[in-house]
Design a protein around this ligand. Structure first.
Ligand code: UD1
Length: 360
């Protein structure tokens, strides 16, 4: 019987990583199932990504939704176990570091289903980040570990992962950027949002930046100060919006709060931006590839290659406005070095490893 690979996705940053892998496995006629956990459920956080990325309709949406970490993870595990039980897949593929990733890794491991982790080996070494816990556990439980940048190989070796499980394949999130580059249209987005030629984009949603009211107030002040330098558009994740608004963040004086954008609209906006201020993981990588200056409002990054090879810089809410002025003064770097294997073909490399593994 044709072996089956089950992809488990659930949150916004999973979708652009899974799309190229699904396409490449499809080209090899490998049987696939797509399971949506429903961790993200708003159309703007999920459905629009399926449409923009041409993802197939999932066989099931488990509709798990939001909750505390324990509550959400437990609900994800119960629902995933029930989905796998009637006919366990030959391989479960999990993506990134969200709670759906962690839950799928645990369920698969307990059922004896081998797991492949796409985007393995990233480390912020900051245990207070929920994502760091998720990454460590998923890496520990995976049989195939697909790594996006060389330091991931070192991080996995340091935790004792057998070398034959580690595959440095490049970055499938960048595959999605390469595949859609022609569709990222800054002119259209500028017209839609009535923006001038020169503008900045900011996204902020991490618990460490929005949960504490004092920190949220520092972030609100930072965004207002950045908007004094140039018009600033802020697509807001639903998680952060109430907290940032309570901390005084509001549209006006060059600052525009908008709803979350779909994949094509967001990357169109980023491609045309003079700079980006963010606390996202994926946006650090997308700006690295697109050559857009990026200021990351965090104490650390699990993606140091975006600093060594890209335009990324870590900032605090207080240092960000000066860093913005500095970034705007510098000429755009030309002839950038793209990180190794960020070439649009990671999905194919992953599919080749999976195909060989399935017939081992
Ligand atoms: C999750 C990931 C994070 C990732 C982010 C990208 C975990 C632990 N975190 O964070 O790594 O950067 O996704 O978006 O998995 N909500 C909605 N609509 C939705 C989804 C969420 O309104 O469609 C709101 C709810 O109030 C919910 C909150 O956002 O409680 C948090 O959602 P959750 O899935 O727990 O984590 P994110 O903050 O989205």
């Amino acid at each position: 019987m044709n072996p089956t690979v089950a992809h488990v996705v659930g949150a916004r940053p999973n979708f652009m990583k899974a799309a190229p892998v699904i396409r490449a496995l499809d080209a090899r006629a490998i049987g696939q199932r797509l399971i949506h956990t429903g961790q993200h459920y708003d159309a703007r956080m999920s459905q629009v990504f399926f449409e923009d990325l041409g993802l197939p309709r999932p066989e099931v949406d488990l509709g798990v939704g939001s909750g505390s970490h324990a509550g959400q993870t437990a609900a994800l595990m119960v629902a995933l176990e029930a989905t796998f039980l009637p006919s366990p897949p030959d391989l479960a593929m999990v993506y990134g570091d969200v709670n759906s990733t962690l839950a799928a890794s645990l369920v698969a491991a307990k059922m004896g289903v081998p797991t492949a982790h796409v985007e393995a080996g990233l480390r912020s070494f900051d245990e207070s980040m929920p994502e760091e816990v998720n990454r460590r556990v998923s890496d520990l439980l995976s049989d195939l570990l697909f790594v996006t940048s060389p330091e991931g190989v070192t991080n996995l070796a340091d935790m004792g992962v057998a070398p034959d499980r580690i595959h440095f394949v490049g970055n499938p999130m960048i595959d999605s950027v390469v595949a859609n580059l022609e569709r990222f249209d800054p002119v259209r987005m500028r017209a839609t949002l009535e923006l001038p030629e020169r503008y900045a984009v900011a996204t902020i949603h991490r618990p460490s930046n929005v949960d504490d009211p004092d920190t949220a107030a520092r972030i609100a002040t930072m965004l207002a100060r950045v908007a004094e330098a140039l018009p600033l558009v802020v697509p807001l994740h639903p998680r952060g919006r109430p907290r940032l608004e309570a901390a005084g963040l509001t549209s006006g004086d060059g600052l525009r709060l908008i709803e979350p954008l779909g994949y094509l609209d967001f990357l169109s906006l980023v491609r045309g931006a003079a700079l980006v201020v963010t606390d996202s993981g994926g946006i650090q990588e997308e700006t690295t590839f697109l050559g857009v200056p990026c200021l990351t409002v965090r104490d650390n990054t699990e993606r140091p290659i975006t600093i060594s090879h890209g335009t990324n810089r870590l900032v605090t809410p207080e240092s960000a406005p000066d860093a913005v002025a500095d970034a705007l003064r510098r000429p755009r770097a030309s002839g950038r070095m793209t990180p190794p294997l960020w070439d649009g073909h990671a999905g194919e490399r992953i599919a080749a490893v999976v195909a060989a593994w399935l017939t081992r």
